[in-house]
Design a protein around this ligand. Sequence first.
Ligand code: SF4
Length: 382
Amino acid sequence: MQYGLSKHSTKNSGSMKYSDVNFRYFKKNRYSIAALLPLVPDAKVVNEPRNGIMLYSFSTPQKEYVYKEVDEHRKKLNAVWVAGGPHPSARPQEVLEHFDYVVVGEGESVLPKLIEVLRRGEIPEIEGVGRLEDGEMVLKPQRKYVSIDEYPPFSPQMMAPIEITRGCPHSCGFCQTPRLFGRKMRHRSIGKIVKYAKYRDVRFISPNALAYGSDGIEPNLEKVEKLLSSLKGKRVFFGTFPCEVRPEFVSDRALEIIGRYCYNTHICIGAQSGSDRVLKILRRGHETAEVYKAVELCVEHGFKPVVDMIFGLPFENEEDERRSLDMVRWITNKGGLIRAHKFMPLPGTPLEHYPPTQISDRVKRVLGKLALKGKVRGRWEL
Ligand code: SF4
């Protein structure tokens, strides 16, 4: 079938065929491009829009910039514009105000088929690809999640940490991961991880490194040890960005295993709030006691705890804020580092309609002082 684009019909309507495929690169979408490049081996990575099939992967903070760029260039270029990633998956209708097609959900099984159809100049009628028809969105959702083991984690053209696990059984109110990738953890096999762990420093992507091989609720440390022992001789970093750990997964045995096989001197832990009341509303599935215990254990085992905290969360009152600051002071007194974030309501999450609360002068003062001493990092005032 030939296509005529309903909303954006300009140069790229009709039976236009495209041979060049371009991934639009931003620093923030590096890992997505690295994972998708092996699926389109002749694609180029570009820093500005070009003629051809223009692929964008982006998150909510980049959307205004991306929309502006696409709107400015679509009349000047002979291109078809395709969006994917966390924001397009959560807001396909909005994205189609600017793009010709939107990939909703995981790109691995969709992208090669989509490129093939676009190269033939046809309308893609593919599960997981949305488009406008007479101003209405047409989209058949993807029916299943991919097996990450069947796809390379990156391309030799663009390296990235190895994604070892996708999906999360938890349901934190601010997080897109379970909404985008489902609640069942899918793990890459040890054999495939070893195959791709060829470079000097081996790092991973996971929603919770210590959940490797498990259902994400109960750790499977035998599997974690098997993975790490299979990588002996490499400089392995485990439980560090971009694969932090949940606090209740931190145990003596887990830290002994990391200490035995890995190079990291720190462990990244997601705490998010120092208030049990707020953690409950967020549906974090753990309490502050587990954060305090995880930090103690890290210190005892000689690791620096690096703890993520979110400020400006909805429902936070003065008492909650005080408890979060108490936690910040306690962790930094123990020699830990806080990575402070400002709450951002992300589309597709239960908190998407809750604006951030104002960050108080007290919080700014405490974080600012500790930041000057190098004990807090992040951007909490934006
Ligand atoms: S914040 Fe972490 S634990 Fe919570 S839902 Fe997201 S990925 Fe899962």
